[in-house]
Write a protein that binds this ligand. Structure first.
Ligand SMILES: Nc1nc2c(c(=O)[nH]1)N[C@H]1C(S)=C(S)[C@@H](COP(=O)(O)O)O[C@H]1N2
Ligand SMILES: [Mo]
Length: 258
């Protein structure tokens, strides 16, 4: 009797390796060195084996999470992102979203309430006037989008770490997650949430944040790529369960450092 032929699995190891290396940002190279150069090293680091197409996807996700851990390890909470002068502001500042500018959500200021949930003791909802009354900070920083553009903008708001402490967030938890009025969602690591340049912003260039830039509020993190900065935030939660994000769930790296 002839042995049944197994379906031939042909994996292009070179292109898998190219994809895996693309997942890894520079800091991880410093950490993992030569092991990143080979598939063998990477499968070892991730604890994955590559046998079929499904396992390739699992493997690439594991490489991306390895990258998250490397970036988190290297993230220096005292290192400041560059700031710029008024004259360097990009005018007009670009709009970007997963839809066109005509579909920007219209959030009604009068009945807006920010919801807080998860590992937060002060779960009151916040109305906009209360948020506007919080201590004020400004920044002129560069926003870098993975789509290949960057722009310098000026945002005003309140230091996010102080806000988290004020509402009784468990700052030893791993993640802060965000839900947005347009079905976008994101989550960030706690050290970045507490970084002094991370601002909960209500203003763009000295005026109320317009709808296109995220009214009523955008979380601005000059230490992270554009897609990590949620606009139109309606809910925040603190959790130890990995929440993912809109683009992250479609393959972008979660840590998303800039
Ligand atoms: N709610 C929401 N936030 C979002 C997005 C989005 O589509 N919806 N897009 C992200 C991406 S990819 C970028 S580059 C920036 C763009 O912000 P801007 O319109 O102020 O330039 O918003 C980020 N935050
Ligand atoms: Mo972006």
């Amino acid at each position: 009797m002839k042995p049944e032929r197994k379906p031939a699995i042909k994996l292009d190891r070179e292109s898998i390796l190219i994809d895996a290396r693309r997942e890894l940002a520079m800091p991880s190279r410093r950490l993992f060195g030569k092991q990143l150069l080979t598939l063998g090293g990477l499968t070892m680091l991730t604890g994955c084996s590559i046998t079929d197409n499904d396992s390739v996807n699992t493997f690439l996700t594991a490489v991306s999470r390895l990258n998250d851990r490397a970036q988190a390890f290297i993230f220096d909470p005292t290192q400041m992102a560059p700031t710029y002068t008024e004259a360097q502001i990009t005018r007009p500042f670009p709009f970007n979203a997963f839809y066109g500018i005509d579909d920007v959500p219209e959030v009604d200021a009068s009945d807006y309430k920010l919801q807080l949930s998860g590992l937060i003791t002060g779960k009151k909802t916040w109305m906009l006037p209360e948020l506007y009354a919080l201590p004020h900070a400004e920044q002129i920083t560069r926003h870098i989008c993975v789509e290949g553009w960057s722009a310098i903008g000026r945002w005003g708001g309140t230091p996010f770490g102080d806000f988290l402490r004020r509402v009784g967030a468990d700052t030893s938890a791993k993640y802060v997650g965000f839900k947005c009025a347009d079905d976008y969602f994101e989550s960030i690591d706690m050290p970045t949430a507490l970084h002094p340049q991370t601002l909960l912003t209500f203003e763009y260039d000295g005026a109320r944040l317009p709808p296109k830039y995220g009214f009523p509020m955008k979380l601005r993190m000059p230490t992270k790529l554009g897609y990590k900065n949620p606009k139109h935030i309606v809910e925040m939660f603190v959790t130890n369960t990995y929440p993912g994000g809109y683009w992250v769930n479609q393959g972008y790296n979660w840590f998303g450092g800039s």
